[in-house]
Design a protein around this ligand. Sequence first.
Ligand SMILES: [Zn+2]
Length: 212
Amino acid sequence: MPVCIACGEWGSGPLCLACRRRLVPGRSGVIGGVALRYAFHHSATGRMLVHRLKYHGLSAAADILSVAMARLVPPEASVLVPVPRATVRRVTYGVDPAKELARRIGRILDIPVVGALAPPLWWPRHAGRTLTQRSAPSFARRRSPVGSALLVDDVVTSGATLRGAAAALDEQVFGAISATSPGILVSSRAPIASRRLRDSTAPRHRRVETRP
Ligand SMILES: [Zn+2]
């Protein structure tokens, strides 16, 4: 009998019934000035799956997350651009989660994946830091994605990383998808297909969950 990818218990795999029940569906909204859709709330099973991919390099976790994320890709997306992990963390953990996810989503939907962004060597983790401490990391543009680029990330928290990635690609980014997020900072019903919103003046101190 296979083990559950999330909790590690023996069961009917790849996810046991208890873990399937603890998958909280994601929502959409605008974060860091980018229209975002995320597959699952960053808690319980969603959080566990991301951790299995991020820190244990478990490809089965990427398989589950990418299937859910593929459903969020709008038809307008012509190119997927993964948000690369900081070089130091990629070397430490031996995996670049967003790249793994984008590769699988690209295969499912037959959309090209372009490694258009080069990461900084390192930037501070955003979890647990205050909003004012969250500055956007500076990505370098390796090449220009041809067409409407959709950013792909594993977790979006403050949106600072997305903001940095979108700034490097500028107008070619029209939205983003992620595996999980703890929530959206600025409420929006805007469809993801709308161009990147310039809402840097929007209040960031309020954590507002959007409707599904
Ligand atoms: Zn389980």
